[in-house]
Each structure stands twice: as C-alpha cells, then as structure tokens.
Design a protein around this ligand. Structure first.
Ligand code: SAM
Length: 304
C-alpha cells in the first residue's frame, strides 16, 4: 500500500516534470519564433511615423504577450463566440482580426471554418497567434497600415485593439478598405468603468501610484461610442450590445500577476497589497476572485 502511494507520488512528480518541460519548450519555441518575426522576415509598416504604433508601445505589448495571452485573453471567451455568431462567420468566410494578440479569437473563427488572418505589431504576439492557429495568415503590422489589398475580407474584427491605435478613425478606414463592399466590421472593447469590477482594482493601483482617481471612461467605452465611430467611418450600424465577460482568478498570486502585468518586481512587491485590499469584495468562498466585467460591441456594414 505504502509502495503504491510512493509509486503514485513518483508518477505525479514525473507528470509535473513533463508538464514543466513542455511549458518550457513551448516558451522557447515562441521566443525563437518571435525573434524571427522581429528580425523582419515579414516586417511591414510598424511605427512608420505615419500614425502607426511607436516602438515603446510595441515593446510594452511584446513584453506582456505571454501574460496577456494566458492571464487576460481567456476572459474574453464569451465575446469571441458572440462576435463570431453576430458577424455570421462560417465555412469559407474570409476573416481578419486586427490586433489579434495571442490568437484566441482567430482560433474561434477558424474552428467555424473561416479562412483566417491576423495582424499585430508585437512580434511575440504574432508568434503566439501563429502557434495557436497554424493555418492562419498572421502578419506583423498595425491597424493603421494593414498589409492586405482592398476588399480582401468578408469580415474584419477587432477586440480591445482598434482603440489602441494612435489614430483610431484612420485605423477604422483601413479596416473598411480591406473589407469587401457589403462586408462587416465588428468592433469590441471594455465597457465603462461602472460595469467593470476590474476598474475598481485599476483605480486603487492608479491612486497608489499618484495617477489620480482611476482611469476616465474613454469615448469608445461609453454607450454609443463604437456606433458613432462606425457611422463617422461611413458604415451602417447592423447590431450593437454589451457582453458579460466575468473573470475568475483562482488565487491571490494569479490576481496580482494579472493586475500588475508589465510591472517590475519592486513595483509588484509595493503594489500587491493595494491590489489585494481592493479585491477583497470579490473573493469567492473557494479562495479565488470573481470580477464581473463587460465589453461593448458594435457591427457595421460597409455599403455595397
Ligand atoms: C489588449 S490586447 C488584445 C489582444 C487580443 N485582441 C485579445 O483580445 O486578446 C491589445 C493588442 O493590440 C495590439 N496593438 C497595439 N497597438 C496596436 C495597433 N496600433 N494596431 C494593431 N494592434 C495593436 C497589441 O500588440 C496587443 O496584442
């Protein structure tokens, strides 16, 4: 009996070791792929000075690629399904994801039979997206300079990314340019702070850093924001709404790593107690955290 338990423990250790090795090998592969992307095998206009993403901004996203993909992006799963449904993505749809990050939405679109493409300025995001959806045409570039010809896609989607462009109307104009006449542009991003528990935590961190009382609601986060952008871009609004994206974090360590993604060790040590204090109302009986969050979305049709 004792021997059986021992063998069981050995087998568990072996499994954990194998898992660690696999995770390490995956990370190494992404790092090597990102280096190839960075070296410019398919470099297109990024930070060209014509309103594109600047180097510091791209480097910040590059550094956060692993943490974003594993800690934050999965929260958006309800939005991925909704955008795919409401944009009518199915077999044969030619779909582009602008600011595709680690490729989670691309994977959902591909699983529906779409022919998918993605673009992101951060090499590590590009490498992750390529690994997530090996058949996808993922290129390095930014929303302001999409590296595809006119009318190449039936559907263009962008989730928590188009609003990061320096020139958002120019980025939308690019999305419209690569959408076929009569095709759809589907945009989605964080809703206003009042709908997002994560904003309570972000405000506490901002106050602690002396950055004022939290983050103001930008115009694309409030009701009607995406719709106004689509109409100004010459699109007809087809559908719009709010999607709940609750975020379950299993423990305090994961919560702190997620909330302080991009912070250095000193900053993390200094700010972790602030995050944990602000998160107290969101603790679950199981010792984790549940944050009630929401995104706003809108879909526009390019005139035929
Ligand atoms: C908040 S993450 C969202 C990633 C992905 N869409 C998701 O939902 O997981 C923002 C992404 O936009 C990318 N990004 C930043 N500036 C951009 C720009 N000007 N054009 C396109 N993508 C940009 C970042 O590299 C990052 O991958």
């Amino acid at each position: 009996m004792a021997d059986d338990r021992l063998h069981g423990a050995d087998a568990d250790d072996e499994r954990v070791r194998a898992d660690d090795e696999r995770v390490h090998a995956d990370a190494e592969r992404v790092r090597a792929d990102a280096e190839r992307v960075r070296a410019g095998d398919d470099h297109v206009a990024v930070g060209s000075g014509a309103g594109g993403a600047d180097d510091a901004h791209v480097e910040a996203w590059d550094a956060m690629a692993d943490g974003w993909t594993t800690l934050w992006a999965p929260m958006a799963a309800p939005a991925h399904a909704l955008l795919a449904d409401r944009a009518g993505v199915g077999p044969g749809t030619r779909a582009l994801d602008v600011g595709c990050g680690g490729g989670q939405l691309l994977a959902v679109l591909a699983a529906r039979g779409a022919t998918v493409a993605g673009v992101d300025p951060a090499p590590r995001m590009v490498a992750r997206a390529r690994a997530a959806v090996p058949g996808a045409d993922v290129r390095r570039g930014d929303a302001e300079h999409l590296p595809w010809p006119d009318a190449a896609f039936d559907v263009v989607v962008s989730l928590n990314a188009l609003d990061l462009a320096d020139d958002v109307p120019a980025a939308l104009a690019e999305a419209v340019r690569v959408t076929v006449p009569g095709g759809l542009v589907a945009l989605c991003g964080w809703a206003e702070a009042a709908r997002n528990d994560v904003a309570v935590l972000a405000s506490a961190v901002a106050r602690h850093a002396g950055d004022g009382d939290g983050l103001p609601d930008q115009e694309l986060r409030v009701p009607g924001g995406w719709e106004r952008l689509l109409v100004a871009g010459g699109l007809g609004v087809e559908a719009t709404g709010v999607v709940d994206v609750p975020w379950d974090l299993p423990d305090a360590d994961t919560l702190v790593r997620a909330l302080l993604l991009g912070a250095d060790d000193d900053e993390r040590d200094d700010t972790a107690p602030v995050v944990l204090a602000a998160a107290r109302p969101f603790r679950t009986a199981a010792g984790g955290y549940r944050l009630r969050n929401a995104f706003r979305w809108a879909i526009g049709r390019r005139p035929a």
